[in-house]
Design a protein around this ligand. Structure first.
Ligand SMILES: [Zn+2]
Length: 64
């Protein structure tokens, strides 16, 4: 499974965003979600998973 995570600048801060693999809606990831400490759930389609996105980014599975 490939995930699309982008880090965007918002008010001068880095914010990690994820495109939902289920429905394509983009949502924010907090630090715990980004590091796989807690799960991510999509409010629109109910997709949920716990993924260490920091590791995925390192391994090149995540498009930026
Ligand atoms: Zn979704």
């Amino acid at each position: 499974m490939a995930y699309t995570v982008r880090v965007v600048k918002r008010d001068g801060l880095d914010v990690s965003t994820l495109v939902c693999p289920g429905c394509g809606v983009r949502g924010d990831l907090d630090d715990d979600q980004f590091h796989g400490t807690i799960s991510v759930q999509c409010p629109d389609c109910g997709w949920h998973e716990t993924v260490d996105f920091s590791k995925e980014v390192r391994n090149g599975f995540v498009a930026t």
